[in-house]
Design a protein around this ligand. Sequence first.
Ligand code: NAP
Length: 257
Amino acid sequence: MTAPSLSSMFSLEGKVALVTGSGRGIGLEIARALAGAGAHVLLNGRDAGRLREAAADIGTGNVACLPFDIADGNAVREAFAVIEHEHGRLDVLVQNVGQRNRKPLQDFSDEEIRTLIDVDLSSAFILAREAARLMLKQGEGRLIAVTSIAGQIARANDSVYTAAKAGLTGMVRALAAEYGSRNITSNAIAPGFFATETNLAIANDPEKGAYFANRTPMGRWGQPSELGGAAVFLASPAASYVNGHTLVVDGGATILM
Ligand SMILES: NC(=O)c1ccc[n+]([C@@H]2O[C@H](COP(=O)([O-])OP(=O)(O)OC[C@H]3O[C@@H](n4cnc5c(N)ncnc54)[C@H](OP(=O)(O)O)[C@@H]3O)[C@@H](O)[C@H]2O)c1
């Protein structure tokens, strides 16, 4: 048997990928990496202008914008109807949207708890369901969710986000069990501490920034581009038998005692 070439193992040529929350931060870098591997990438977010800027920033011809709010079920269904109409398939869904509201539980209103769980967890089921319906028809697919090391470990003043990410990790495993026999894999990428726009205030604060850097064996924050390879791997032929896995990309933060 001839050995497969490195490029064929990691090629996403001919694949259609949707990356939610890809106007900036981690989602943008995952979208850039998938486009670099040859996929036709659909950028998503609520701000259409920002998505156009992101598409221009990626600068390859194989990206398009699909603005919608992932927490709006009707908007999700409409977006998938567009995907089916324009592309006839979806090969890769990267669920990257995640909002955070750091504060003690006693300061949350009912509404704030429900909204955060809705955006970070319930919406993921609706997106995965819509993707699975297309993937079942085409007989293959890759579901990838961006969870967090918060899905496995915990900090004070972050309970709702932590629970949502733990739930998302459970969803990833459950869908791996549910769809594995249909050639649809389901995996997670769990980032550690990444200096994205949302985290800049912490990353730039000398004391807090150094705390998280020093709490990581590699001694620094991650750069969002350092997550691109994990997404390409999980979407690629190289990961054809990887299912139900959480790929932790955290510079070693979670292995420290
Ligand atoms: N940064 C970290 O250190 C870190 C660590 C662990 C896990 N993560 C996870 O990684 C993911 C990305 O994090 P990030 O730091 O890159 O986040 P970010 O900078 O806040 O970016 C989030 C993106 O999601 C979009 N978005 C937010 N709500 C949306 C909605 N309802 N519908 C559609 N798009 C929406 C935002 O665009 P619009 O506002 O224009 O819609 C934005 O492009 C999240 O799931 C986060 O929990 C991050």
